[in-house]
Each structure stands twice: as structure tokens, then as C-alpha cells.
Design a protein around this ligand. Structure first.
Ligand code: AHR
Length: 496
């Protein structure tokens, strides 16, 4: 049955911060090494050690910012190990991620160069769990101080005369777990202490992000907001979509049963409840919404690909991941008055990646295509929509079959993104367009879909799941009608 969606093109609710489309790269598995960094002597085409294909692909999705060096790795990372001549850098054990040797060849200078090449803002995560206040203070000084000082002089000795601009700085990561197993009161006090020395030098103004809650730990948010809100600009939240059990078996990335598909969608949609409840607490202490909710780790987490190092968290990426990404972005748009940044975990070769590499080959995943199709929402105005949609049912449970989100870009273009999460049924829709003033618009559409729940791209078939033209859009007075295929993510663009 055709369902109706009303789009109020004249009611703008909030700005969708482009940083909602942010990324995360940790020293984990093959994300940094092989993914971004191959070294200057590699036969893989690179610029100063960084893969050219990766840079080009990420620029194509307007990557706004990149979080580094972790994750759990951040609270074991000592930044001075990663500066100076590479051959002299300390080799350490990456205890969290496979116990492999970390040679520190990718450090501060390499990361800042990468951000420069991508045109992305750096988001650096400092070490609270095993670091010192002095170490964090000196990192900021090394990065951003222009004048004469020990750290600024050291930076110059290492070949960088000018300070860098750094805005986003995280004071610890998951300090309730791998970042020190702390209680919220204790971390809150440490946050207050550490952030004191995260200083603004010259005109470099830092945006300080406090380590936030795990999933539904609302007490953590309550304590942090009550005790430290005036001293932070952002508070993080981590939530992964895991269809199974974290310890007993998360489920296969490429072989979901119908019920695992349903549970994955249900768990992805749970993000809405989490943001709503954490926001309610934040509103109590920050009614003007000055402090950003920073969801700096999100995405699917499945069992690793058979035969790969369990500590490397390498998983394939299917049409199911594309729908999870689409649903998340719609939820983030809905909460864009509070959600100022999010970072998918992780950019390359780890968890819900946008790129996978194998030697000199690189493929774009279905999730990549969602980032590419949705880039039109970056910094656009989020529009009011009311939707009446069918249910997607399984046993006694049901979910909305279709999710929709609409924004208006600075050039007046209206972009409607739509996800049909049903594995079998089409979604016939009538879209009513209220408030258009310029007459009948030009309408175009693209769709990402597949015929199997496990469809994905491989190094032999890299285009298996890729966007196509959405053909069946019928324009009528005041609106349009369209039928979304099962398991699809679409974007319809209205322009003049
Ligand atoms: O993204 C993988 C890990 O998940 C991160 O290192 C950690 O912060 C989280 O638990």
C-alpha cells in the first residue's frame, strides 16, 4: 500500500554539522599501517608514505575530520615515541590489538600531514589512562605553540617550523574501561585536572572533548555534566551495533540470517533512544546546548573474517552495513541540535570500514557509498518531515520499514534520503512537498541496493554493490511518487 510522507521545505529545524560525517583511525590491525601508511619506499603509489588511492577516495566523500590515534590505543600512546627520525623511533607492543610490534613510523607529523592532504580537521585523542598531565601539556605545546619554548623548539628541530592548527582534542578514551577502569567521579576529577593544561596558544582555540559514557551508562553522563560541564566543549558517547553477544559471538559480517538482519536494524535504531536519554541529562546542565554530544565511535561490530587475526577486527561490509549507516545518519540529523560530531569506527580495514585494502588494491564498501550519497547533507538545513510508513515485521516485533531524512543545501537543493530496511518488500511512497516556491523542480535520484542480504564488494568484484540511477520517480503537482526496492538506500534531489 502506498504510504505518505509530507516534507515541509520551508521549515528548517537545525543545521546538520558536517562533522557528523567524521571518521576514526586507530593504530589497530591494518587501519594505519597498510590502510593509510605504506611508507615512502612502497611500490604502492603514495605521497610521502601515504596511499594516493585512499586520499583520493576520502576527499571524494568530503571527509571533514579524522580522529586519531585511538581508541584504546590512545591511552597507551606516548606521543614522543612517534617523532624524530623514523629509524630511531621506539618500537612498542600494541597490547590491545594483537600484541604486534608498533614501530611508531606513523606519528604526529605523519598524521598532521595526512589531515592536510585530506583537507580534514585533526581530532587528536590524548592519553589519560597511562599518561601524565605533563605529557599532554607538552603535546599541545609541540603542536600549537609558535614562540620560543622547549616543545616548540623540538618541533622545529624535527622539521616543522610553523605550529599546526588543532581544534578538536579528546582528554582520554573509554576511561570507564580500556582507558583506566575508572569510576565517573574519579575520571571527572582527572578530566578537570588534565584539561587545565590543554592550553590555547596564540589564536589556536581548542575544543575540549571529555570521555563520555558507554552505551546506556546514564550515570556517567550525569556525573560528568554535573561536575565538569563548564570545562568541556564536547562529551563523547560510544555505541556499536552488535547483533549477537559481544563475548559469545557477535555474528557473521557476511552471512546474516533473516532474524540477525532484523536484530541488526533494531539495534541500529536503538541509537535514537540513547541519544534522547543522554541528551535529556545534558539539557539539565546545559539547556542552551553549548556542549556537543560527540559520538566518536559507532558502527557495526561483527566476528572477524575467518582466518584473520582476531586482534585486528577486520570484517567485510555488506548492504546491511549500508542500511545501518543510513539509519544512523538519519538519527544524527534528527538530533543535530545536540550531536555536533560523530566518527565511524573505523575508516579502513577495521570494523565498519568505508575502504578495504589488499596490497595495492583498494575497494569502496557499501558504507562508503552511503557517505558519498549523503555528503549533500553536510552543513545543510535539516527540514521538518512527517511520515506514515509500513511496518517491517518479524515474529511479534515490528520496526518502521522506511526511514527518511530531508535537508536543504545552501544552493537551495532539497535532498531526501530514504532507507527501506525490509529484506523482501518494496516501499511505494507518495512524497508531498510543502512550501516550494520556485515551481516544479528538476528531480533526480540514486539508489544503492542488492538482491541478497550479504551482497558486498570484493577485490575481484569491486562494483557489485554501487549506486545506480533511481528510475521510477513520477513527478506530479505538489509532490512525487516513488517505489523503493527492498534493502535500499536512496537519495532524491530536487533542484531548480
Ligand atoms: O574501535 C575499536 C575499539 O572499540 C576502540 O579502540 C575502543 O575505544 C572501543 O572499545
Amino acid at each position: 500500500m502506498t504510504k505518505q510522507i509530507i516534507i515541509n521545505t520551508d521549515i528548517e529545524k537545525s543545521t546538520i554539522n558536517k562533522n557528523i560525517y567524521g571518521h576514526f583511525a586507530e593504530h589497530l590491525g591494518r587501519c594505519i599501517y597498510e590502510g593509510f601508511w605504506v611508507g615512502e619506499d612502497s611500490p604502492i603509489p603514495n605521497t610521502n608514505g601515504i596511499r594516493n588511492d585512499v586520499v583520493e577516495a576520502l576527499k571524494n566523500i568530503n571527509i571533514p575530520l579524522l580522529r586519531w590515534p585511538g581508541g584504546c590505543f590512545a591511552d597507551e600512546y606516548h606521543w614522543k615515541d612517534g617523532i624524530g627520525p623514523r629509524e630511531g623511533r621506539k618500537r612498542m607492543v600494541n597490547t590491545h590489538w594483537g600484541g604486534v610490534v608498533e614501530n611508531n613510523h606513523f606519528g604526529t607529523h605523519e598524521f598532521m600531514m595526512l589531515c592536510d592532504m585530506l583537507g580534514a580537521e585533526p581530532y587528536i585523542n590524548g592519553n589519560v589512562g597511562s599518561g601524565t598531565v605533563l605529557e599532554m601539556q607538552e603535546w599541545i605545546e609541540y603542536l600549537t605553540f609558535e614562540g620560543e619554548s622547549p616543545m616548540s623548539n623540538l618541533r622545529k628541530e624535527n622539521g616543522r617550523e610553523e605550529p599546526w592548527k588543532v581544534k578538536y582534542f579528546g582528554v582520554g578514551n573509554e576511561n570507564w574501561g580500556c582507558g583506566g577502569n575508572m569510576r565517573p567521579q574519579y575520571y571527572s576529577d582527572l578530566y578537570r585536572q588534565f584539561q587545565t593544561y590543554v592550553r590555547n596558544y596564540g589564536d589556536n582555540k581548542l575544543y575540549k572533548i571529555a570521555g563520555g559514557a558507554n552505551v546506556d551508562d546514564y550515570n556517567w553522563t550525569e556525573v560528568l555534566m554535573r561536575e565538569s560541564a563548564p570545562l568541556m566543549d564536547g562529551l563523547s558517547l560510544h555505541y556499536y551495533t552488535i547483533p549477537g553477544d559481544f563475548w559469545e559471538g557477535k555474528g557473521s559480517a557476511t552471512d546474516p540470517s533473516e532474524s540477525e538482519w532484523f536484530i541488526t536494524m533494531q539495534k541500529a535504531l536503538h541509537m535514537d533512544e540513547l541519544i534522547t536519554k543522554h541528551s535529556t541529562i545534558m539539557d539539565k546542565y546545559d539547556p542552551d546546548k553549548r556542549i556537543g554530544m560527540i559520538i566518536d565511535e559507532w558502527g557495526t561490530w561483527f566476528d572477524v573474517e575467518p582466518g584473520t587475526n582476531p586482534g585486528f577486527l577486520y570484517q567485510q561490509n555488506t548492504i546491511r552495513d549500508a542500511l545501518v549507516a543510513g539509519l544512523h545518519f538519519h538519527i544524527f540529523h534528527e538530533h543535530s541540535d545536540r550531536v555536533h560530531m560523530t566518527n565511524i569506527a573505523q575508516t579502513i580495514n577495521v570494523l565498519q570500514s568505508v575502504l578495504l585494502t589488499e596490497g595495492e588494491k583498494m575497494i569502496l564498501t557499501p558504507t562508503y557509498h552511503v557517505f558519498e550519497m549523503f555528503k549533500v547533507h553536510q552543513d545543510a538545513q535539516f527540514l521538518s518531515v512527517s511520515a506514515d510508513v509500513q511496518s517491517y515485521k518479524m515474529d511479534e516485533k515490528e520496526l518502521p520499514q522506511v526511514s527518511v531524512s530531508v535537508s536543504k543545501a545552501a544552493n537551495g537543493e532539497v535532498n531526501i534520503s530514504l532507507c527501506n530496511i525490509d529484506t523482501k518488500n518494496d516501499a511505494p511512497l507518495s512524497l508531498q512537498l510543502r512550501g516550494l516556491t520556485e515551481g516544479e523542480p528538476k528531480v533526480t535520484g540514486r539508489v544503492l541496493t542488492a538482491d541478497k542480504t550479504n551482497s558486498h564488494n570484493t577485490f575481484d568484484q569491486p562494483e557489485n554493490v554501487s549506486p545506480k540511477e533511481l528510475k521510477n520517480i513520477n513527478v506530479s503537482e505538489g509532490g512525487l511518487s516513488v517505489t523503493l526496492p527492498p534493502m535500499s538506500v536512496s537519495v532524491i534531489t530536487l533542484s531548480n
